[in-house]
Design a protein around this ligand. Structure first.
Ligand code: HEC
Ligand code: HEC
Ligand code: HEC
Ligand code: HEC
Ligand code: HEC
Ligand code: HEC
Length: 435
């Protein structure tokens, strides 16, 4: 009796342990599935990112990103980053042609360098029919270096990173894209190690729980084995959940990509019905932007001027020009000029000009680039959600002469040492930008 009792106890104890081990085994299996999925996702993302060129990398890159902005706003109208001639020479390989000291002097004051009798500069000046390059006297070392770094990065061939092998040579000068890739590959290697460790533990647990013994005990032909293992793979919970997880992770990534970069029309510069030039009107004649875009400091929309505003001047100026005649026709036939819209957010997003220009104290060029230098208006910023949010993270709220903000800022400084950024004032809340 007594002996019997203790063996029952032993038995149930063993069952208890087995049950316990099985639970742990299942737990590790799900972790394994999740890790496989994460690895697949990271591998996929790394492979994807490595095929995009460094110049397309949106974030990070420090100097290169700064250089890109400076370049696009100041140099792009006259220079290509390739060898192609636009107004001035293509700038590919410029650092091999000229040393840094010369480049700095040149960019700060090209006419000065020419006047100093510099042989190279004078030959170039002749070659380009004495076209004068704009002087950028305000460019310090930081700016010049950033622009040069950008020109260089724009000429580096896309780096293809072997996503799975883990053996990566990462040239540092290619900027943001590659840096992210290095992190991704490092993650991939770590995930690989985790997978190996998990598999080891799982094998141990299998042996302890006796699952292996059953499998080893039955002998079958090779064909049957193969068939069975395919069936097993298809039926295997671990494999199935790995696939499901990979799918979920990839779908999430696609959604985020979509949210941050939908409908990017950067560089869009459609032909307009009348050859109106901002370079002439806003640049050379220095007509104030708000003279024509009357709503820009007051309301949501800047607005496009009606033909009547043009008539303030053109009822006397250049009446005989065929382009100006189009304005007359528009007024006579009472048909508005059909300007092609350049900047256009989707309906779901709300953007208010006055909030940014008047309240925020931002300048047009913060978002539109140097319109006063453009013959034809071009969209310079991406206008994506990521772009809005990025600036809201970086920009401080403009509290100057604003009684309403004074109290908010006081409250902010009570809880935080840093300056109050737009994000601290709800600038990242979905409802602020979405109806
Ligand atoms: C208005 C047009 C214009 C703008 C804007 C302009 N450049 Fe130039 N650049 C020229 C021309 C034209 C030349 C050729 C020399 C000459 O005619 O003065 C030149 C020459 C150069 C050279 C020497 C090229 C060589 O092959 O040796 C460099 C470097 C250069 N520019 C850099 C810049 C940078 C950087 C910017 C922007 C910050 C810029 N340029 C903006 C017109 C321009
Ligand atoms: C003399 C009138 C006039 C002045 C001054 C003027 N603009 Fe314009 N602007 C127009 C007209 C007309 C259009 C529509 C045609 C076009 O896109 O070129 C326009 C279009 C634009 C657009 C593109 C609108 C769209 O469709 O997305 C922007 C941005 C813009 N202007 C900014 C500015 C800025 C910044 C300034 C000042 C530096 C300025 N404008 C000065 C008349 C003017
Ligand atoms: C403040 C005065 C002023 C306003 C407002 C103005 N312009 Fe002009 N515009 C000028 C002057 C000055 C010229 C240069 C004439 C010249 O080349 O002699 C000019 C030139 C032009 C030209 C080039 C004509 C040619 O054949 O060379 C076009 C096109 C033009 N303007 C369109 C417009 C349109 C469209 C508007 C309204 C959105 C407008 N302008 C508003 C003053 C103005
Ligand atoms: C160049 C920087 C910059 C960009 C780009 C920018 N914003 Fe802003 N935004 C600001 C600043 C600065 C303020 C704060 C103005 C203030 O209240 O002082 C602001 C405020 C706002 C606010 C009010 C937030 C609040 O809580 O008061 C909204 C809404 C907004 N922005 C929407 C947008 C949208 C939509 C976009 C993109 C289409 C965008 N912004 C792009 C700088 C930017
Ligand atoms: C914070 C960024 C930002 C600043 C600063 C800014 N804009 Fe805009 N602008 C935009 C965005 C975003 C759009 C597209 C709006 C849309 O589609 O609803 C736009 C559209 C426009 C348009 C097209 C017509 C319209 O009203 O939608 C004009 C014209 C314009 N801006 C002129 C200006 C002028 C002039 C200034 C400076 C006084 C200025 N903008 C400052 C972001 C900005
Ligand atoms: C600072 C302004 C701003 C904030 C805050 C913001 N968004 Fe956006 N969002 C935009 C703009 C502008 C677009 C349109 C850009 C585009 O089409 O690329 C957009 C586009 C989207 C889209 C894509 C819609 C489509 O066309 O398919 C989604 C989804 C979205 N936002 C969700 C959100 C969510 C969720 C939040 C809150 C966590 C949020 N947004 C916060 C400005 C903002």
């Amino acid at each position: 009796m007594i002996e019997n009792n203790s063996s029952v106890v032993l038995q149930s104890e063993k069952v208890g342990i087995l049950h316990y081990i099985n639970m742990i085994r299942k737990f590790y299996k799900s972790i394994l599935a999740l890790s496989v999925a994460v690895s697949i996702t990271i591998g996929y993302v790394a492979a994807q990112d490595s095929t995009s060129t460094a110049s397309a990398a949106p974030a990070g890159g420090g100097d290169v990103a700064k250089g890109e902005a400076l370049y696009k706003n100041n140099c792009a109208q006259c220079h290509a980053t390739s060898a192609e001639v636009v107004v001035g020479p293509g700038l590919a390989g410029i650092e091999e042609r000229r040393d840094y000291a010369w480049l700095k002097k040149w960019i700060n004051n090209p006419m000065g360098v020419i006047a100093s009798g510099d042989k190279y500069a004078n030959e170039l000046y002749e070659k380009y029919n004495k076209t004068q390059m704009t002087a950028f006297a305000a460019f310090g070392d930081d700016e010049v270096k950033a622009v040069l770094a950008y020109i260089k990065s724009a000429n580096v061939a896309p780096v293809v990173v072997a996503a799975v092998s883990g053996a990566v040579a990462a040239p540092a000068e290619t900027g943001g894209g590659t840096f992210i890739n290095v992190i991704l590959v490092a993650l991939l290697i770590i995930m690989g190690l985790v997978l190996v460790a998990l598999l080891g533990i799982l094998q141990l647990l299998n042996r302890l729980s006796g699952a292996d013994a059953v499998a080893a005990g039955t002998s079958v032909s090779f064909g049957e084995k193969l068939q069975a293992s395919f069936k097993n793979i298809a039926a295997n919970k671990t494999v199935r959940s790995a696939i499901v997880w990979a799918f979920i992770l990839l779908a999430t990534k696609a959604t985020f990509d979509g949210m941050y970069g939908i409908g990017v029309h950067q560089g869009y510069a459609p032909k307009q019905p009348i050859a109106f030039s901002h370079k002439l009107h806003a640049g050379e004649m220095k007509i104030n932007c708000a003279y024509c875009h009357t709503g820009v400091y007051k309301g949501k929309q800047s607005g496009i001027p009606s033909a009547n505003i043009c008539m303030n001047c053109h009822n006397a100026i250049k009446r005989e020009s065929p382009e100006i005649q189009k304005i007359y026709t528009a007024i006579e036939t009472n048909k508005p000029i059909e300007w092609v819209r350049v900047h256009n957010l989707p309906d779901l997003a709300y953007f208010n000009h006055a909030q940014h220009t008047n309240v925020g104290g931002l300048e047009c060029k913060n978002c539109h680039g140097e319109i006063e230098k453009m013959e034809v208006v071009q969209q310079r910023s991406s206008l994506t959600m990521g772009w809005c949010i990025d600036c809201h993270r970086k920009s401080e709220v403009n509290g100057k002469d604003n009684g309403y903000y004074a109290k908010l800022m006081e409250a902010h400084s009570a809880v935080s040492k840093g300056a109050m950024k737009v994000q601290d004032n709800g600038g990242l809340e979905c409802a602020k930008c979405h109806y």
